[in-house]
Ligand binder design. Sequence first.
Ligand code: NAD
Length: 243
Amino acid sequence: MPLSIHINGSRGRMGQAVAAAVREAGLTVAAETDVGDDLRAGMASADAVIDFSSPAATGEILRHALELRKPVVIGTTGHEAAERKRLLAIAAGVPCVWAGNFSVGVNLLFALTRRAAAVLGADYDAEVVEMHHRFKKDAPSGTAARLLEIILEERKLTAEALRHGREGLTGERQPTEVGVHALRGGDVVGDHTVIFAALGERVELVHKASDRGIFARGAVRAARWIVGRPAGVYDMQDVLALK
Ligand code: NAD
């Protein structure tokens, strides 16, 4: 029997992309729920749950998941830090994949950035450039923020090292700086470039997204992976064996 999936947030952009990705992968959509639908009944009918809805839904999903012993994939973003911490503690009681970015390519970019930052060392100036569509309301993107976090971790630096754009008489670049630049325009889904530049050579790691189907396919891959695993919170680095 193919795995059956419950999709929460089914009327949304991601919910619809997930439904397409589930069918494309040869799995079954057991139930689709959105605001006002019976979440518990939907969850009970499936082998696993994929949620791309709103942060307000996560607590209820996890409560039902604990009761029903149901594996969950949480793609919803935007939780307050304290709320996220509280929810992660509950999520640890069920098999759960929770990731801010389900793209396989972006997760590989995270791993490659960590490796590059470690191998290339502080002599290679690190800068992150991202570009998104003109409608995006925040900067830098969450994905750029994660890339920067990885570089800071590897270089044992704090967020004080970040330089958000440069203007005027900035002086020479300091080796401890990590630059970050956000470009906006048109309909760009999401481009991220990590640059490591030394005297004499430069390494650039580039990822370009052109379709939100990449997040949906990653979430379906996570759902297949999580079924049958022990309880615990995993991310896409676990799913892709990148740790
Ligand atoms: P959207 O607004 O198009 O869709 C959200 C859907 O969820 C809507 O149909 C809405 O009615 C429904 N919804 C809201 N609250 C609900 C609730 N309590 N119960 C059930 N359904 C509810 O948004 P979207 O673009 O599909 O994104 C959804 C979420 O996924 C956002 O948090 C977004 O940031 C996140 N997202 C994550 C990734 C990733 O890779 N992790 C990628 C893209 C989007």
